[in-house]
Design a protein. Structure first.
Length: 173
């Protein structure tokens, strides 16, 4: 097969560009120590409600450092609990998992956004500065009832908060 001189030049240039691109991606990934956000903590998705790490689902609990932890589970087609009450101006740590399929967790009007994957525990911390009602929605298609999967976060100065001991997962990040 006879390949024209200019075609060979363009093929080599395309190959060099691909190699350069892959080199830059590799160098920046390993050189800067990039890794997926959150920590990796696993859970048996069939035993979410029996797992001691999720023994306080629906009860905002104050941790020793002053952060309020809210545990929740996502199941087709609802959040458990469906309504979360937290005080304003406090650090709120959401810990969540799924017992069935991948779900989304987004609090409308805030930057609170995460994926909830079965077998893994998702966690992030945020602060609600002002009282109000915030819509909680699933933004990952999870089945035929996905459109009805929503809840609410009520930010209320009178929100009850339980005192709690240091959680077993505190060092896992």
């Amino acid at each position: 097969m006879n390949i024209d001189f200019y075609e060979r030049i363009w093929m080599w240039m395309a190959g060099v560009i691909v190699v350069l691109f892959m080199s830059f991606v590799g160098a920046s990934t390993f050189g800067q120590g990039l890794h997926p956000p959150s920590h990796i903590e696993t859970i048996d998705p069939t035993k979410v409600f029996q797992d001691p790490r999720f023994s306080r689902i629906g009860t905002p609990t104050e941790l020793p450092d002053g952060t309020i932890e809210v545990q929740l589970a996502a199941i087709m087609f609802s959040f458990v609990p469906n309504e979360i009450r937290v005080p304003p101006g406090r650090r709120i740590r959401f810990r969540m998992t799924s017992g069935d399929v991948t779900h989304g967790f987004m609090i409308a009007g805030t930057n609170a956004n995460s994926m909830i994957v079965p077998g893994y525990i998702s966690q992030f911390t945020t602060t609600f500065e002002s009282p109000g009602d915030y819509l909680l929605i699933c933004h990952e298609f999870c089945g035929t009832g996905h459109h009805a999967m929503h809840g609410r976060v009520v930010v209320d100065p009178a929100a009850p908060v339980a005192a709690g001991a240091a959680p077993a997962h505190q060092g896992a990040h």
